[in-house]
Design a protein around this ligand. Structure first.
Ligand code: SAM
Length: 289
């Protein structure tokens, strides 16, 4: 097989899942990314959906999408592409990105690699390359806490570790053991691999789990959590229970309009907002107990 057929569509969230299911039922392999930023973001307004077929799909199967889901035909394209072109197009590396004192990149460029500055996060199965606003917000606030030097002892946990990017960043800064938890086993494996790549495997302790339900320590001084707002809401009592007095929790994955919903619940437990960081439509909250 030297070529395949790619069906490209631009879809709003409302229709996306149904149409993706339909395409998968036709044996297509489907990927969806944020159409506006051309990246994987948490809540895109419009998705760019690509469905890959080994044989040309019949016209009536595509017309079914146009008629049944009332999709604008100008938003649907079918073309034949060579496998070689696909590899070239879809293996473009992400540009390195500077956040706080660190430079995050996919590969180790041996000539420029400085152990103090560079963090390597290859494209993999865990979310978190540093390019999403919610990850950037947390890293910036982690660095602010680090500079203040006013948290003692430092038992630290990263909930929803994805690629391990936040745990690895904190291990670099504090040179302490960091506990990482994710509900998804691939994220746990990826975090461990990325810890090794960054020479931090002795400090990164990653395991599978649901939020703060089963942790190694009873209480923490720093909790970081980049998870969607609803999951944060469900876990606020647990966060309060597991946070030491004077401890900090950094919450991200929150859209600007969800800020007060979260803050009200935190305030009702006596947790106070110390700092916030807004980036794009996303907000990151630094909370003190
Ligand atoms: C937005 S990603 C954050 C990844 C990375 N920490 C970052 O900041 O870029 C959210 C991660 O949380 C994980 N997750 C979702 N719900 C969870 C839960 N209840 N407990 C633990 N992890 C969860 C997902 O599997 C995903 O890896």
């Amino acid at each position: 097989m030297s070529s395949i057929w790619v069906l490209k569509l631009k879809l709003r969230e409302k229709l996306r899942e149904d149409i993706e299911e339909y395409l998968i039922s036709l044996n297509a392999t489907v990927t969806s990314i944020d159409a506006e930023n051309n990246t994987n973001s948490l809540k895109p307004k419009i998705f760019k959906v690509s469905a890959f077929f080994t044989k040309k799909p019949k016209n009536y199967l595509i017309q079914f999408i146009l008629i049944n889901y009332k999709v604008n035909p100008n938003r649907v394209f079918l073309k034949k592409v060579s496998i070689e072109d696909i590899y070239k197009k879809y293996s473009q590396p992400l540009q390195p990105i500077n956040i706080g004192p660190f430079k995050y990149s996919e590969n180790k460029n041996k000539e420029n690699f400085l152990i103090k500055k560079n963090i390597i996060i290859p494209a993999g199965l865990g979310f978190g390359s540093g390019h999403h606003a919610s990850t950037q917000g947390i890293i910036i606030l982690i660095y602010k806490i680090f500079l203040k030097k006013n948290i003692k002892n430092k038992k630290i946990i990263d909930i929803g570790c994805g690629s391990g990017i936040l745990g690895i960043t904190m291990a670099k800064l504090w040179k302490k053991k960091i506990e990482l938890i994710d509900i998804d086993k691939h994220s746990v494996i990826t975090s461990k691999e990325n810890a090794k790549l960054n020479y931090l495997n002795s400090l990164i302790k990653a395991k599978k789990g649901n939020s703060l339900k089963r942790t190694n320590e009873f209480k923490y001084d720093i909790i970081v959590m980049n998870i969607l707002a609803n999951t944060i809401m469900d876990n606020i009592y647990l966060i309060n229970k597991k946070l030491n007095k004077n401890g900090r929790v950094i919450l991200s994955g929150i859209l600007k309009h969800q800020k007060f919903m979260i803050l009200n619940k935190l305030r009702s437990l006596g947790l106070i907002l110390e700092l916030e960081y807004i980036n794009d439509n996303w907000i990151t909250l630094l909370i003190k107990k």
